[in-house]
Design a protein around this ligand. Structure first.
Ligand SMILES: NC(=O)C1=CN([C@@H]2O[C@H](COP(=O)(O)OP(=O)(O)OC[C@H]3O[C@@H](n4cnc5c(N)ncnc54)[C@H](O)[C@@H]3O)[C@@H](O)[C@H]2O)C=CC1
Ligand SMILES: O=C(O)C(=O)Cc1ccc(O)cc1
Length: 361
């Protein structure tokens, strides 16, 4: 692929454009808000000028409700050899395009399984998709050339292609993305009117569970409206677990020993099933989850601290597999948790201690 046109230069469009531009593809940027395209261009994602003739690939990264009309317009204008979208739902846009009577051989629906709770070009990064699955939903009618253009995009973004049927994709993302999103919002909603004294105690657990609740509601109402059935089915199962757990907790309040035992069994059952589900969540780069050891370092909240820790770890020859930062409420300090291979944990702790860092257990 030599040229591409990204239509919709928000988080996802600009991230893909940055990756393509970094790999030498000539990228054109368009958005119904020209300011967004200008910002993406200023970030080095390409040029916000009209392409001079047909591009190889048009990438539509507009909100799901607009995807079909934006694609239809681009296809009627014949702006590219191949067309794809990156919307979080796949069945709806395809059916809308079919209803518009378009020839879909030059189109492939795709979905990068990577994103953030932030939107807009300023939240974009060229490495957003690295090591993450990128779903492709070709049909019998998809031109091989178009499938290959999509594969080239996935490869330039260093993502991992996964081929799926559009409706199977929508059921899968209901389970791993859409239903969890609503549950995250519901947990976060409990905090809206909570007392400040309680909110001040928030730790890493609630930060993890509520991170995606910070996402743009406008985008998510679009996503959920395009996939309501599978999400409602899953929430029905969650509701049954909730009811059972409430019954078990009430039983734990009883003065009757047998009832309390029954209650404990019920709560333990849901916790055990949670453990069994959690171990199935894949680890870094889609590989099986791995047990890393954590080296925790206390840092002052000052510029350059993280860069220094990473440089010191590099000097000690230790690869940091993952990192988390826990901010201490109301203090100018934080706890950096460095995840490393078990064999490297002692090496890293002593190397950092020698360089004056405060290591915590
Ligand atoms: N946010 C996420 O984490 C992920 C989002 N997606 C999908 O990617 C697509 C884009 O999402 P984000 O980049 O997060 O949203 P965003 O809000 O950051 O960007 C969307 C951009 O589309 C533009 N736009 C809106 N209507 C348009 C139209 N009619 N023509 C041209 N541009 C238009 C907006 O001005 C905005 O710049 C959505 O379809 C979403 O489902 C896919 C994977 C992850
Ligand atoms: O922020 C995260 O961790 C996400 O999982 C974001 C996300 C949002 C929407 C998608 O269609 C795919 C991924």
């Amino acid at each position: 692929m030599r040229t591409a046109l990204v239509i919709g230069t928000g988080l996802i469009g600009t991230s893909a454009a940055l990756a393509l531009a970094q790999r030498g593809v000539v990228v054109h940027l368009a958005d119904h808000d020209p300011e967004q395209a200008r910002t993406a261009a200023a970030l080095g994602a390409g040029s916000d000028t009209e392409p001079d003739g047909r591009v190889d690939l048009a990438i539509v990264a507009a909100p799901p409700a607009h995807v079909a009309t934006v694609l239809a317009d681009a296809m009627r204008r014949g702006v590219a050899r191949g067309y794809l979208d990156v919307a979080s739902v796949k069945g709806g846009p395809r059916r809308e395009l079919q209803a518009l009577g378009l020839d879909l051989s030059a189109y492939i629906g795709t979905h990068p399984m990577s994103g953030r709770e932030k939107s807009g070009p300023l939240a974009a990064t060229g490495d957003l998709f690295e090591g993450r699955p990128w779903v492709l939903t070709p049909t019998r009618d998809t031109d091989t050339e178009v499938l290959n253009l999509a594969l080239e995009l996935v490869s330039h973004c260093r993502a991992v292609p996964v081929v799926m049927d559009a409706d199977a994709h929508d059921r899968a993302v209901a389970l791993v993305s859409h239903m969890p999103h609503l549950l995250s919002s519901m947990v976060a909603a409990r905090l809206e009117h909570a007392e400040e004294a309680a909110v001040r105690l928030c730790g890493q657990g609630i930060r993890d569970v509520t991170r995606i609740a910070a996402s743009d509601p406008g985008m998510w109402i679009d996503i959920l409206s395009a996939n309501p059935g599978p999400v409602a089915d899953l929430l029905t199962d969650v509701a049954a677990d909730l009811e059972g757990t409430v019954r078990s907790l009430r039983a734990l309040q009883s003065s009757d020993d047998a009832k309390r035992r029954e209650g404990a069994d019920g709560v333990q059952d849901v916790l055990r099933r949670g453990n069994a589900g959690r171990v199935r969540v894949p680890g870094k780069h889609g590989a099986a989850p791995r047990a890393y050891e954590v080296v925790a370092v206390l840092i002052d909240d000052q510029p350059g601290q993280l860069a220094r820790i990473f440089a010191d770890a590099g000097q000690a020859g230790v690869n940091i597999e993952d990192v988390r930062i826990e901010h201490a409420t109301g203090q100018q300090a934080g706890l950096v948790q460095l995840m490393v291979e078990p064999k490297s944990a002692v090496v890293l702790s002593s190397a950092l201690r020698e360089r004056g860092w405060a290591i915590r257990q």
